[in-house]
Design a protein around this ligand. Structure first.
Ligand code: ATP
Ligand code: MG
Length: 718
């Protein structure tokens, strides 16, 4: 027996790895080795029990986690895990649909829509119904439709019972479905729903896969939604064993339909199931773990788990309160430099934030100091305008009926096809239930449009046809290059000025590289490289940024940090209103979800954790002042250490107001001492703003450096 496989596990983990139960639920807190158990269990079954990799399916949450899992399994097996299905729910479902497109009622060249495309088509559905977009925003409809699909509901399953809102959303859902059908396109939620329906419709096919998969393993089970649960349950046949691992305290996708109750449903549905708990944390220092435990302890209705560690106490958790977001970013950049100067890698560092909108300022600070970084989510490479433009041309060469692609580039670069012409196309398409491309053909044949518009449309169609024929039989990256240049996109962006245009040109070059380096998923048989790449782009959108440094700081939202770990972690924007997000503060359920998100964030850190905030932040077009996040208050103070700037550290913010400090409307001179009723004696460092907004920065001897609103601070000269 390959003893090293289980030697490196504690007794509870070993039990979970070697358990022979039909259904196993590993329920345990962050960093206790759940993912490790999953990976070792797979390797154990392959090497010790002789189970073929072909008979196993492992599901995780992100492409990154799936790649990591495959890598770890292969390291344990000492070779490729050929034939094993490892992927995300979406990725695996896509694979089923490529293999069984016909039975699933899809065209062979069906296209996966990302969120942006989906919204575009929903917008069209709203217009077709003559609804007012302000009253019925596409984004809201998108949310509603995806919510229904996540629950496995089709329009015919939904009763509106006279409710105008539901009735209208239902109509939009129906119209959108029709548009998708004509375009041969499916969105993310549809990937799952289609597969579930396919299996229900074709019992023989389902039986085939049930027999094939002897073992299904699911990581992050607490975040499965209704349809994902159905998928797993369907696939688990009479001879399938199933392993689920999860942590109710890390359920953070409730807002997107995830159901933490699935943990309980699992125990009910899989009768002979067994629970194993893991309680030792191997990831974080005792201090970090204690802080995480203290925060999550404020939630009610937990399944209740204890976590302990044999690890070192480690350093205190550092708090830093910056004046504004620029200063916060500068502080983080400075700390990163110090960490790297002590001989550590950039890749050992993560900056986490609640909202994608926070990343720009942080990026600027890193760029300024030439700190390499990489963003997950946020600045999504495959969602950038220029990338989507280029891909839309490619998609049209692949499938002329792809309406989302058609709308995107029919007049990009501009070729004299105005909104009016496009509206005529849409109407015609709607009338005949056909794609925009076919409607265009029809109108061109009938000469049903003004001559100029007709000529422009003909030119566009000819371009797509030429692109298609001239890229046949050439390698993928050559196809990409041809499309970018012949479509006029390269010239269009070259003609633009400024840094943004330059970045766009570079991104297009990067797209050619991405195509060159693309390795198709070899197990999705018979998929052309182009089709493979287009799907890859749709599924990857939102996960990685293409231009990668190997050694780079990782930036991502707290949501996308799930399952990952880093020696040094910054959580930026620890402010009331931002985190917890203002939208969640009213509802206890939502607030608890934010708290779990905080627990996820804290437990990503192995050695050192920084919590930072900006007292003043400009975001979403508003300027606001806020307090420390309540989650920081929930951490026992002995675990925290506040970093304060001494009087000698003069940030540019301070210098800005410095020279004007002698003006008569400043009540205290810079450098003079003042007294505050709570904070005691301190030295005035500078001012910011004016009128009732005026704020003063004081370095208090006991309480450290603070910005106070002058009108409320009640300072006295001493
Ligand atoms: P999360 O809930 O955040 O997903 P997890 O429970 O999946 O966490 P893992 O990522 O599997 O935890 O493990 C956390 C860290 O602890 C990893 O670095 C892992 O290698 C290490 N670890 C887990 N178990 C052991 C062990 N028995 N011996 C040594 N290291 C371990
Ligand atoms: Mg994990």
């Amino acid at each position: 027996m390959n003893t090293s496989l289980i030697d490196s596990l504690n007794p509870a983990q070993r039990e979970a790895v070697t358990a022979t139960d039909k259904a196993l639920l590993v329920l345990a807190g962050a960093g206790s080795g759940k993912t490790r158990v999953l990976v070792h269990r797979i390797a154990y079954m392959a090497t010790e029990l002789g189970l073929s990799p072909y008979a196993m399916m492992a599901v995780t949450f992100t492409n990154k986690a799936a790649a990591e899992m495959r890598h770890r399994i292969e390291a344990l097996l000492g070779g490729p895990a050929a034939g094993m299905w490892i992927g995300t729910f979406h990725g695996l479902c896509h694979r089923f649909l490529r293999a069984h497109w016909h039975d699933a009622g899809l065209p062979e060249n069906f296209q996966v829509l990302d969120s942006d495309d989906q919204q575009r088509l929903i917008k069209r559905a709203i217009r077709a119904l003559n609804l007012d977009e302000n009253q019925w925003p596409p984004k809201q409809a998108q949310w509603w439709i995806n919510g229904q699909k996540d629950e496995g509901l089709r329009p015919e399953d939904i009763r509106h019972q006279g409710d105008l809102f539901v009735a209208t959303q239902l109509k939009i859902y129906q119209a959108y479905e029709e548009i998708c059908r004509v375009a041969g396109a499916i969105d993310f939620a549809e990937l799952l729903l289609r597969v579930v329906e396919l299996f229900k419709k074709k019992p023989a096919l389902l039986a085939h896969y049930q027999t094939r998969f002897n073992h299904i393993l699911v990581d992050e089970f607490q975040d499965t939604n209704g349809i994902q649960y159905q998928f797993v349950k369907l696939l688990a046949g009479p001879h399938t064993d199933i392993t689920a691992v999860g942590d109710d305290d890390q359920s953070i996708y409730g807002w997107r339909g995830a159901r933490v109750e699935n943990l309980n449903t699992f125990l009910k549905d899989f009768k002979q199931s067994r629970i194993i708990r893991l309680e030792q944390n191997y990831r974080s220092t005792a201090t970090i773990l204690a802080a995480a435990n203290a925060v999550i302890d404020h939630n009610t209705g937990r399944l209740g788990k204890e976590l302990w560690t044999e690890g070192n106490k480690g350093e205190a958790i550092a708090m830093y309160s910056a004046f504004n977001e620029q200063e916060e970013a500068r502080f983080i950049a400075e700390k990163i430099e110090q960490w790297v100067d002590s001989g550590k890698d950039y890749s050992s560092i993560a900056i986490l934030y609640r909202s994608n909108a926070q990343s720009r300022v942080l990026e600027e600070a890193l760029l300024q100091r030439r700190i390499p970084y990489r963003i997950y989510g946020g600045l999504r490479f495959f969602e950038r305008q220029e990338i989507k433009d280029a891909l839309a041309y490619l998609r049209l060469t692949f499938n002329r009926d792809d309406d989302a692609a058609f709308e995107r580039v029919v007049n990009t670069p501009t070729r004299g096809i105005g909104e009016k012409t496009v509206e005529t196309l849409r109407e015609r398409a709607r009338l005949h239930q056909m794609s925009l491309w076919k409607a265009t053909q029809l109108l061109v044949n009938e000469k049903g449009l003004p001559a100029r518009a007709l000529a422009a449309l003909q030119g566009f169609m000819q371009l797509v046809i030429t692109l298609d024929s001239s890229t046949n039989e050439v390698p993928l990256h050559e196809q990409m290059r041809t499309v970018i240049h012949e479509s006029g996109l390269a010239a269009m962006y070259a003609a633009e000025r400024g840094e943004k245009a330059l970045a766009r040109k570079e991104n297009l070059e990067e797209l050619i590289n991405a195509a060159r380096e693309f390795e198709p998923d070899e197990e999705v048989e018979d998929l052309s490289p182009l089709a493979g790449f287009l799907t890859h782009a749709a599924l990857e959108a939102g996960e990685t940024q293409a231009s990668e440094f190997n050694d780079a700081v990782q930036m991502m939202t707290l949501h996308s940090a799930k399952g990952l770990e880093f020696p040094l972690v910054f959580i930026a924007g620890m402010e009331e209103g931002l985190f917890p997000h203002s939208m969640s503060m009213e509802e206890p359920g939502r607030l608890e979800e934010e708290r779990r998100l905080c627990y996820v964030g804290i437990t990503r850190a192995k050695e050192k954790l920084f919590l930072t905030r900006a007292e003043k932040r400009r975001m979403w077009g508003r300027e606001s002042y806020s307090d420390w996040s309540r989650f920081v208050d929930e951490i026992p103070s002995e675990l925290l250490q506040e970093i304060r700037l001494g009087g000698k550290l003069t940030t540019p913010v301070y210098q800005r107001s410095h020279s004007s400090a002698s003006l008569p409307n400043y009540p205290f001179k810079v450098g003079s001492d003042v007294e505050h009723s709570a904070f005691g004696i301190g030295t005035v460092l500078g001012y910011e703003g004016d009128g009732p907004q005026m704020r003063v920065q004081v370095n208090f001897t006991g309480a450290g450096c603070k910005w106070l609103v002058l009108a409320y601070a009640k300072l006295n000269a001493v």
